[in-house]
Design a protein around this ligand. Structure first.
Ligand SMILES: Nc1nc2c(ncn2[C@@H]2O[C@H](COP(=O)(O)OP(=O)(O)OP(=O)(O)O)[C@@H](O)[C@H]2O)c(=O)[nH]1
Length: 364
């Protein structure tokens, strides 16, 4: 059934871990790219940096990203899941520190590097939300000012006041962009929620949670199209005397009984099989990867389990409640409507023959 639906959101933990590791490798590659781009500048002395300093920055970069990669590999990121579900905050903080290290080594590039990093942090607002992303940007700004203070202390001709005013427009632009991105993210989440809700309403029965007629239609169409030479069995299941239960015990009791039968059918089926509520007290069951004897047994098990449930829980003791089932088999050139019609005919036969039984037309 999941094949028919297709995932709207990917929730698989292994896939998430893989994508986190990939993101860390991509981010590391980005940082190494910054360092490699600086090589010609170093070579032509446009940046005041020695080869040893460059190698130091290279080594620290590799070390930081390797540690982050290991923490995902060994699942340590699970511990910060509640505050950082996407494992973005720690890598972003490490990146801010690395950026400040680069600025400390080559202050000539500070405007470029800082502007680039703020642009990257903007996307954080889409993923983390405005508040956390704003804290990250403030953390970066503080680290930056601390780096500048260290440089001033070292005798580099920088002015803390000038750097502060350099930061302000970047932070202002960042705040504006982040607000827009966060709003877009909220719209996207709302969109996904509505799509899930819509799909739920379109394909599932609100009372029993089973698939509905539309979904049954899709499943049958797919089963017929698969054409893998394997027969499958289509059964109609109907509660006997359901109208009397509604009339004598009330609709709420009738509803509970429908939920019970849905659960019983689900319990008796394997994951290849399918069941749906067509409407009222009528259900369709489709059995795959079985033979006539297997289909007979599975359907009779549903009937017996229902009878057991009724007598064990003393449900509607004054009424005669049971299940009638009609089943047919798919065959070459069978169509959806033909299969449903034949199963319905068998159900009618079961009712005519006294109810609480299975009537089959299995020609394999
Ligand atoms: N409680 C409840 N009743 C429903 C629902 N949908 C349809 N019904 C009732 O289900 C009953 C179906 O009755 P039938 O299948 O025609 O009658 P029956 O008594 O089961 O007769 P047989 O199938 O011949 O044994 C009707 O009385 C409908 O009003 C529902 O969602 N909840």
């Amino acid at each position: 059934m999941e094949d028919l639906l297709g995932p709207l959101v990917n929730t698989d933990e292994a896939t998430k871990k893989k994508s986190r590791k990939r993101s860390i490798l991509i981010a590391c590659a980005g940082f190494l790219l910054i360092l490699f781009v600086s090589i010609p500048f170093v070579f032509y002395h446009a940046i005041n940096m020695t080869t040893n300093t460059w190698l130091f920055a290279f080594g620290i970069t590799i070390l930081v990203w390797f540690c982050l990669w290991l923490s995902v590999h060994f699942g340590l990121d699970q511990h910060t899941r509640s505050i950082d579900p996407h494992f973005l905050i720690l890598p972003a903080m490490c990146s801010s520190l690395l950026i400040c290290l680069y600025i400390y080594i080559a202050p000539e590039l500070r405007v470029l590097v800082l502007a680039g990093w703020f642009a990257v942090l903007l996307f954080g607002a889409g993923l983390l939300g405005f508040k956390q992303a704003f804290l990250l940007s403030s953390f970066t700004a503080c680290c930056y000012l601390a780096t500048v203070a260290l440089l001033i202390n070292k005798g580099r001709g920088l002015s803390l006041e000038y750097e502060f005013w350099l930061l302000m427009p970047q932070l202002t632009f960042w705040c504006y962009g982040a607000t827009v991105l966060e709003r877009l993210k909220r719209h996207r989440s709302e969109n996904i929620r509505l799509r899930l809700q819509l799909r739920e309403m379109a394909l599932f029965d609100a009372l029993t949670g089973l698939a509905n007629r539309r979904m049954a239609d899709l499943f049958l169409t797919e089963a017929l199209q698969q054409n893998d030479g394997q027969l499958f069995y289509v059964a109609m299941v109907d509660i006997d005397g359901f109208k009397d239960i509604n009339d004598d015990y009330g609709h709420a009791v009738g509803d509970d009984l429908l939920i019970d039968i849905a659960n019983i059918i689900k319990q008796q089926l394997s994951h290849h099989d399918f069941c749906a509520r067509l409407g009222g007290d009528e259900f369709v069951v489709i059995l795959k990867k079985t033979n006539a004897a297997g289909a007979n047994t599975a359907l009779n098990n549903i009937r017996k389990a229902f009878n057991r449930h009724i007598s064990q829980h003393n449900i509607c003791a004054q009424a005669q409640v049971s299940l009638s089932i009609g089943v047919t088999v798919s065959e070459a050139n069978a169509t959806k409507s033909l299969l449903l019609k034949r199963a319905d005919e068998q159900l009618y036969k079961a009712k005519q023959a006294g109810k609480n039984q299975l009537s089959a037309c299995l020609s394999d």
